[in-house]
Write a protein that binds this ligand. Structure first.
Ligand code: 5GP
Length: 116
């Protein structure tokens, strides 16, 4: 999935065509609650840049900022000290379903390893 679909769900959220429960935004990224949370805190950090997956990412700043925004939100949400997990699913075997790159921030419960 190398081509970017401008009508994917996160592109539509970024354009304001679909609602989201926003927790953070700046000129580079938007973060909002996942519609189907897998943990008490489950937030998606989405860059404004149109990148389908990590395979097409080029800019270290764009990708690095996702992690730093997640850490900031983790502090705001009160899970920074207890712990949290950040995940970028890439393509089929990792379970990527939305092809606009995003970072999952999960916390508020004990996480097991290895992941499923
Ligand atoms: P992926 O499986 O691609 O790594 O993650 C996609 C995530 O987007 C899933 O966790 C899914 O629950 C979430 N999601 C899908 N559609 C929507 C939506 O319309 N709104 C929000 N807030 N999350 C969505």
């Amino acid at each position: 999935m190398a081509d970017y679909d401008r009508n994917n769900i996160f592109a539509r959220i970024l354009r304001g065509e679909l609602p989201c429960k926003k927790v953070y935004e700046d000129e580079h990224a938007l973060a909002f609650h996942d519609i189907n949370p897998q943990a008490p805190t489950h937030i998606l950090v989405v860059p404004r840049e149109h990148i389908p997956s990590l395979n097409q990412a080029k800019d270290a700043g764009t990708i690095g900022r996702l992690a730093l925004v997640a850490a900031e939100i983790a502090k705001q949400e009160g899970i920074a000290d207890s712990g949290y997990r950040t995940v970028i699913n890439t393509n089929r075997e990792a379970g990527q379903t939305v092809f606009h790159i995003h970072l999952h921030l999960l916390g508020g419960r004990h996480m097991t390893w290895p992941p499923g």
